[in-house]
Design a binder for this molecule. Structure first.
Ligand code: 5GP
Length: 114
């Protein structure tokens, strides 16, 4: 399995502003935020892309989304609204090949994305 910068964050080899952790997931602030709130939710087990996920990963994928939603509620911006994004491969704009959910909030989002 190819290691990524997120693997180093999981192993605490490089620092990150961690906002949530449990036995399966980690969440930390994006180093290059695209909104006032920009948090990345990742599984501790490496799955390179959404395309690599299998039916066995279904519960883990659900936990990632629920963790993002619970964070939004806990931090008080769920009612105002937020966006979750999973970029996949080149045209999806993925740059780090360890599956992650972006949680963006704190400003008006637009559609369609660029
Ligand atoms: P992608 O483009 O793969 O969907 O998103 C990767 C995200 O990881 C980008 O938003 C980028 O800013 C973020 N990122 C890349 N390297 C680091 C890092 O070392 N620390 C943190 N906290 N975020 C990173």
């Amino acid at each position: 399995m190819t290691d990524t910068i997120f693997g180093k964050i999981i192993r605490r080899e490089i620092p990150a502003d961690i906002v949530y952790e449990d036995d399966e997931l980690l969440a930390f602030r994006d180093v290059n935020p695209q909104a006032p709130v920009h948090v990345l939710f990742i599984p501790k087990r490496t799955i390179a892309t959404l395309d690599d996920a299998t039916p066995e990963d279904a519960a883990l994928l659900g936990r990632l989304l629920l963790a993002a939603a619970q964070y939004a509620k806990r931090e008080g911006f769920a009612g105002q609204g937020y966006r979750t994004v999973i970029n996949c491969n080149e045209y999806g704009g993925q740059t780090v090949f360890h599956l992650h959910v972006h949680l963006l909030a704190g400003r008006q989002m637009h559609w369609p994305p660029g």
